[in-house]
Design a protein around this ligand. Structure first.
Ligand code: SAH
Ligand code: SF4
Length: 371
């Protein structure tokens, strides 16, 4: 693997979840040719087929034991086991390819039943196992520095497709679904532009009969859709919020983020403050360091000013290059100077070193290439 030319601090606290993987070589193509019928996962556990305790049994097979085939559910009556697959399918995905990295992270490329593709990333840390999931095929937001944005928009993922990324990754890792305790919505797509389906999937993650996750361990990263942020609060989902700000003023932001023409920083920050008021959870501010665009020290001071009074933590993300990108990343020195300027202003900051940059597996590089 190509060595980065500098070393940066990789956070191992609960900040700085990174959906980046160092991918080396793909393992052999895995063509499953899976054409199983449409599925069950859209249904909440209490709507599972069967009566009474049968529902509980099925939920337990799906979410606790990670069954991927009906035949595995050996304590169901044979007749039910035969009937279920006619109506329901368990998984949304066929695995196209897995890209393992030297540190245990793996990027998974899945095909959906309509032939669309999506990606999820398994990220093992010392103290936890995280999955980074996608919310859309491509992304309509079109941020200039993001390869997913460049791809354009395919379609929204359904709730079950969003959720099944966790189950499928657990399965391919040989883990029970509940061993995945952390999820970051930082893969392809803008989650708040697919609100209903994302909220559906998050509810399943939280549901005691399903994945029984803690909302503190689910991070939703957004480019900043004020209405969506407010709905998250209204719906009381309680997830951690990461805001992709990337610039301290509207003019700069509009150069790199088309949705910034629609929503001003002031409007977005108002919604973020409300969200903080509701959850009391520290907000993460993501800031990708782009050479000559947003990396001046005065911009760091400006950023500190707009974060005043908010309990926030800034993640500086070195730019992950991709072919044809119209921008380039700031060098190590500039990133450090920017971080130091923020620190002087009393803003907690972490530099998030992206791995897998050389093979296009890092955040913003996800664009469905096989390899
Ligand atoms: N759509 C959401 C979540 C997915 S992107 C969002 O924009 O927040 C996850 C993070 O990666 C965002 O902060 C995004 O701005 C950042 N990102 C996108 N492309 C990048 C690139 N090429 N290099 C570094 N970070 C990038
Ligand atoms: Fe979409 Fe996020 Fe990429 Fe922007 S950075 S194009 S919002 S995935």
């Amino acid at each position: 693997m190509k060595k980065p030319n500098f070393e940066l601090h990789i956070p191992d606290g609960d900040e700085g979840e990174a959906c980046y993987v160092p991918v080396q070589a793909p393992i052999a193509d895995v063509e499953l040719g899976d054409d199983r019928k449409p599925i069950l996962l859209p249904e909440p556990p209490d709507e599972l087929p069967g009566k009474g305790y049968r529902k509980g049994q099925i939920a337990s097979w799906l979410y606790k034991k990670g069954a991927r085939e009906w035949e595995e559910m050996t304590d169901l009556p044979r007749a039910l086991r035969e009937e279920l697959p006619r109506k329901w399918r368990i998984s949304e995905f066929a695995l196209v390819q897995a890209f393992p990295s030297s540190d245990g992270s793996v990027k998974y490329l899945f095909t959906l039943h309509d032939g669309s593709r999506t990606e999820a990333v398994y990220l093992p840390y010392k103290d936890r196992k995280t999955v980074c999931i996608s919310s859309q095929v491509g992304c309509p937001a079109g941020c200039t520095f993001c390869a997913t944005g460049k791809m354009g928009f395919g379609r929204n993922l359904t709730g079950s497709e969003i959720l099944d990324q966790i189950l499928a990754v657990a399965y391919h890792q040989g883990l029970a679904p509940r061993e995945i305790r952390n999820v970051v919505l930082m893969g392809m797509g803008e989650p708040l532009l697919n609100y209903e389906n994302v909220a559906w999937a998050v509810r399943r993650m939280l549901n005691k009969n399903a994945l029984a996750m803690s909302p503190r361990r689910i991070t939703l990263s957004t480019v900043g859709i004020p209405r969506g942020i407010r709905r998250l609060a209204e719906d009381d989902l309680g997830v951690k919020l990461a805001l992709s700000l990337h610039a301290p003023d509207d003019e700069t932001r509009q150069k790199i983020i088309p949705t910034a023409h629609r929503y001003s920083i002031a409007e977005i920050m108002e919604a973020v403050r409300e969200y903080f008021g509701h959850t009391k959870r520290r907000v993460t501010i993501e800031y990708t360091m782009l050479q000559g665009i947003n990396d001046r020290e005065e911009q760091a001071r400006e950023l500190a000013r707009i974060l005043k009074g908010l309990v926030a933590h800034v993640n500086l993300i070195p730019f992950n290059p991709w072919e044809g990108a119209p921008v380039s990343g700031s060098g190590k020195k500039r990133i450090q100077r920017f971080a130091a300027a923020l620190e002087r202003e009393g803003v907690p900051v972490t530099v998030r070193w992206s791995r897998g940059v050389d093979v296009g597996a890092a955040c913003g590089q996800l664009a469905l290439k096989n390899g």
